[in-house]
Design a protein around this ligand. Structure first.
Ligand SMILES: [Zn+2]
Length: 308
């Protein structure tokens, strides 16, 4: 009986220790799902990450809710992408009366100007893209995410110096994976001659990706991206596909089977699947982490480039 009581006591002590360890995790807020994943990789068990704009959600048109404000109010650190991506963050921070550090993860990358100004009729996936002059989608180049990771390591180490060694080690492990992904992607795209490295997509989120891997992303000419294209717009797209000899086409908002059939018949093109630009997928989807998202997008692109 004595032994049994001792076991109970030990079990209770272990449970209490586990609970206090869980409570001791530093609350950190990341602005959107991709960044949340990167922050979690660096912070490991020492932090509890809350993401404001979740998987499959659009950060460009995000509407903060009271729960989001509460998360920021309780946070010890807030991590954002910057470059005008989170236009709503200032309001959230003010509402939450948050006084801690705000880390801009993209600090130090080579910033690209956003494209699409000159073709406003078919530029972005929505107008909210057109706030600042910078292109915010820097995470689409894994070499930039190495910079993000270093910034996050530095910020967490400043906040929690006793974890600095852990953050540095986690950061190095993650950076090794980013570099491996990058090397693999470079090798894959290098198999295609320049002339074949062309993609038509309605996203304007792949400028950093395209510049890094030497893939040209062309907007569909004369096709609006915010609604299902009309028959006339599809005719424009078919003309462009033929003229540019591009078979790698990703137009996700096209769902009319009739128009899709017309494209495959007249242009000989089967549209590519979804490319993940600004958000992770849900856990059971194909892009639940940043590394998986990139692999998935790259595999989708490679499969379509083969058709060029
Ligand atoms: Zn975007």
């Amino acid at each position: 009986m004595k032994l049994f009581r001792q076991i109970l006591l030990i079990t209770a002590m272990l449970a209490a220790q586990a609970a206090s360890a869980a409570d001791a995790r530093l609350p950190v807020v990341a602005s959107f799902s991709i960044l949340g994943d990167i922050v979690a990789n660096v912070g490991g068990d020492r932090i509890a990450v809350t993401t404001l704009v979740g998987p499959d959600q659009d950060a460009h048109v995000f509407q903060p809710a009271p729960d989001h404000i509460k998360s920021v109010a309780h946070a010890k650190l807030v991590v954002i992408n910057g470059l005008g991506f989170e236009g709503w963050m200032e309001r959230v921070v003010q509402s939450a009366n948050y006084r801690g550090d705000i880390v801009v993860a993209s600090n130090g990358i080579a910033v690209r100007d956003r494209v699409g100004d000159e073709h406003d009729d078919h530029a972005g996936h929505d107008d909210a893209h057109h706030h600042g002059k910078n292109d915010p989608h820097a995470w689409q180049n894994p070499a930039n995410v190495v910079v993000y990771t270093r910034n996050i390591v530095a910020a967490l180490s400043k906040l929690d110096p006793s974890g600095a060694t852990v953050y540095r080690k986690n950061g190095e492990t993650y950076i090794a994976k980013l570099n491996e992904l990058d090397r693999w992607a470079m090798q894959q795209f290098a198999q295609f001659p320049d002339v074949k490295r062309k993609v038509i997509t309605s996203h304007d989120a792949f400028e950093y990706f395209g510049a890094h891997y030497q893939v040209r992303f062309l907007a569909p000419q004369g096709v609006s991206t915010d609604s299902e294209p009309s028959a006339k717009e599809v005719a424009n797209l078919i003309r462009q596909i033929r003229q540019e000899k591009i078979r790698a086409v990703f137009i996700e908002n096209m769902s009319s089977p009739k128009l899709l059939q017309q494209i495959s018949k007249e242009a000989g093109v089967t549209l590519g699947g979804k490319l993940y630009a600004d958000a992770l997928s849900q856990a059971d989807g194909p892009a639940p982490t940043y590394l998986k998202l990139m692999r998935y997008n790259i595999e989708q692109l490679l499969a379509q480039l083969k058709l060029n």
